[in-house]
Design a protein around this ligand. Structure first.
Ligand SMILES: *Cc1c(COP(=O)(O)O)cnc(C)c1O
Length: 367
């Protein structure tokens, strides 16, 4: 017997979503983004599964890239934030990590290093996100500067990132694309623009290299229904089991601070999952939970290790019955909306305490 709280990972769904991303590139390449432990799904598990299909992976930092190398992932890995210190450059050369270059200090370091093999560099332009990257008006000059550096390989990619691509009515994305094209189309170089919402919703943003993250995990980046996003299949099922049941009478309260009080005689199921597992503490009363496939409502505060669910209106419920926190019939996005956040955050926050288990085999993932 062990605590029944698990994240079941459906690798068939993962491959399906990646294939859809590849199709949407229209002949370009799709680089799976596996930062933040593959959005909580397990970076090694996800990258191992996609390694033979994907030309390269993207992560946020060198520690994440090293973890994948140590696990035997041999594809190139792009460091989306580039390098933070010069000692990372030798490691990058040694391990075939690609570098996003987004500021002058990084350029200066590249101008002086002598790596054993030339580095693959992506040049980041700031087309309106105003977070990282260079002024697009400098693109030609910076590109020439990089080309002149012995430490930099010939295959330079020019990239940008969208601020509003999940809002299909927002023309800011068109402006970002236009600005990118104005300053780069005369350069003989590869380009990379699209994240998940852009790949799904902005065909003009597709280019040589595309960077899907969230969509690979089967979640829609949009708040409204979208025909392509509806073809995605959720990869994670976050599940547990009922561990206790009790009857309470009208006027009784449940959980810390007595924050929920029963208006009628009620049946309460207790489930061993809490914010210590990554279930959002701010999930409001009435957040949906599936028990035996039926929708029930969270009541009372989310504790570190437990939640309580009102099952009064469900059919028979017994200890050991299956509880789905999110998965196929209840999206992470929907649960997130009850906690005033987004699916990206709740997936990414799934704690290491939750075993990731491959669907069907039920075997724990070796770590
Ligand atoms: C995280 C990230 C992505 C992936 O974004 P999704 O919305 O998850 O597809 C792409 N590009 C960059 C630079 C990122 O940081």
């Amino acid at each position: 017997m062990s605590r029944p709280t698990r994240a079941i990972i459906d690798l068939t769904a993962l491959r399906h979503n990646y294939e859809l991303a590849q199709q949407l590139t229209g002949g370009g390449l799709a680089m799976p983004i596996v930062k933040a432990n593959a959005y909580g799904h397990g970076a090694i598990l996800v990258a191992s599964q996609l390694d033979t299909m994907a030309p390269a992976f993207g992560v946020a930092c060198i520690e994440e890239a090293m973890e994948l190398r140590a696990a035997g992932i041999n594809s190139p890995i792009l460091l989306l934030e580039g390098f933070f210190s010069e000692d990372e450059l030798q490691l990058a050369a040694q391990h075939n990590f690609w570098l996003m270059v987004q500021n002058r200090n990084q350029l200066a370091a590249l101008a002086t290093v002598k790596p054993a093999t030339p580095l693959t560099v992506w040049l980041k332009l700031d087309t309106g996100m105003h977070r990282l990257g260079f002024d697009p008006a400098q693109a030609a000059r910076l590109h020439a500067e990089l080309q002149s550096m012995p430490a930099v390989a010939d295959n330079i990619v020019i990239a940008t990132h969208f601020a509003c691509a999940d809002d299909l009515d927002n023309t800011f994305t068109d402006q970002q694309i236009a600005q990118f094209q104005r300053h780069t189309q005369a350069l003989n170089t590869l380009s990379s623009l699209a994240n998940s919402p852009a790949l799904l919703g902005w065909p003009q943003a597709r280019s040589d290299w595309n960077r899907p993250g969230f969509m690979l995990y089967g979640q829609s980046p949009f708040s409204h229904d979208h025909p392509l996003a509806s073809r995605l299949k959720p990869v994670m099922t976050f599940r547990s089991e009922v561990m206790a049941l009790r009857e309470i009478v009208a006027g009784d309260s449940v959980g810390y601070a007595n924050s929920w009080t029963a208006q009628r005689n009620s049946r309460i199921a207790t489930v061993p999952v809490g914010y210590g597992d990554g279930y959002p503490r701010h999930a409001a009363n009435s957040t949906p939970v599936l028990i035996n496939g039926q929708r029930a409502r969270l009541v009372g505060r989310v504790s570190m290790d437990l939640i309580t669910v009102d099952v009064t209106d469900l059919g028979p419920v017994a200890i050991g019955d299956e509880v789905i926190l999110w998965g196929k019939d209840l999206s992470a996005n929907e649960v997130a909306s009850y906690a005033d956040t987004i699916g990206y955050e709740i997936l990414t926050r799934l704690h290491n305490r939750v075993p990731r288990v491959i669907a069907t085999s039920q075997a724990p993932v070796p770590s």
